[in-house]
Design a protein. Structure first.
Length: 166
């Protein structure tokens, strides 16, 4: 009986320690400033388009955006760090960012609102930003306010850097 109580107490203590570690890690990441909630799509659909939503004249492109199934999204924290964005998973103990996205390697293709199952996988009020990162498709989901800041950060690139913001 005593052994069972000790085991239960140890399990509860480990659970509390784990939750405190998540909170402390998030606080340490956000302490530097320049952070925002940002979901990252780790598993892009095989038929993800790499074409912009609008052509150079501002007219919609003929290729429609493929239907999404809402899979592959991971909730995280984005942090501005000089000329790159560091992306951290929320539910991780890793002290380092999972992805680093240099500003010069990001090209914005367009934006859309979550559809179908994505609405359940993402925070409410999120906007999905379709991008290219080193020529590969990439999707980030963030609030309207974070999106405004992200696009302003991209446009504020130093002279000489190629920046494409849709």
């Amino acid at each position: 009986m005593v052994l069972a109580l000790v085991v239960c107490a140890a399990v509860v203590a480990l659970g509390v320690i784990g939750l405190v570690a998540f909170a402390v890690r998030r606080r340490v990441i956000q302490r530097v400033g320049g952070t925002f909630d940002c979901s990252y799509r780790l598993k892009m659909p095989a038929d993800a388009s790499t074409q912009p939503d609008l052509d150079e004249n501002g007219k919609p492109t003929p290729a429609p955006v493929p239907q999404t199934d809402g899979k592959g999204w991971v909730f995280g924290i984005g942090r501005y760090s000089g000329d790159s964005i560091e992306w951290f998973r929320v539910f991780s103990y890793a002290p380092r960012p999972r992805r680093v996205l240099p500003r010069r390697e990001i090209e914005v293709l367009g934006r859309r609102y979550p559809e179908g199952q994505e609405e359940l996988a993402l925070l409410s009020g999120s906007v999905v930003l379709r991008c290219l990162h080193n020529g590969a498709p990439l999707e980030l989901a963030m609030s309207e306010d974070a999106l405004t800041g992200f696009l302003a950060w991209l446009e504020a690139a130093p002279p000489g850097q190629r920046v494409n913001v849709a």
